[in-house]
Design a protein around this ligand. Sequence first.
Ligand code: BG6
Ligand code: MG
Length: 213
Amino acid sequence: MGYRALLFDLDGVIVSTEKNHFHAWKKTASQLGISFSEKDNEALKGVNRVDSLKHILALGKRIVLDEEFEALLHFKNEEYLSSIEDLCIKDLLPGVFDLLNLAKNKGFNIGLGSSSKNAPMILERLEIAAYFDVAIDGNGVTRPKPDPEVFLNGAKRLGLSPSECLVFEDAQSGIQAAKAGGFFAIGVGNPWLIGLADDYYNSLTEFSLERYA
Ligand code: BG6
Ligand code: MG
């Protein structure tokens, strides 16, 4: 125990934007004539934009030219952004606001480790950017999850070792990243993670910080 920092994934842990990513990818896939289910989407959670599109193309055994690839990335992001236009503090997942406040009051460092390039804008819209001592997003890594770089950068910026940080994740790729980096990996809100994560909670409302202090 004796943890000193909480490192949060964004989509699916802090806010339920995973379903928005899924619907935007589904529309993108259907443009290509590729069927894309929620089960297929499980492999994309936590995966960055470029690798997600590569995955969908591989699913449909499709190859596209660079120009079309870029256009598809743009289309997906526009679909995603228009679906979250009304995002606000009310969209925080249950337990997030209380945990951020409790962690701050108890002197924990708070960090973000997200694959999303939209993360800074989303934190602002949710009105929680000020809680984060460090925020590493999809713009700040060279190797995406499941590589641990995003979380290692976060810990380094906080001046802490991975063994002093708890990571909260809803995605298989994120749990793999956390564990590969030597972090204690807490799965949240995705039963596929039971058995993979070091601990698992259906919701952050069930999480007790005292247990890890
Ligand atoms: C992750 C999501 O947080 O960010 C993925 O889990 C998403 O579903 C990825 O593809 C990249 O997001 P963005 O906003 O940069 O397209
Ligand atoms: Mg996530």
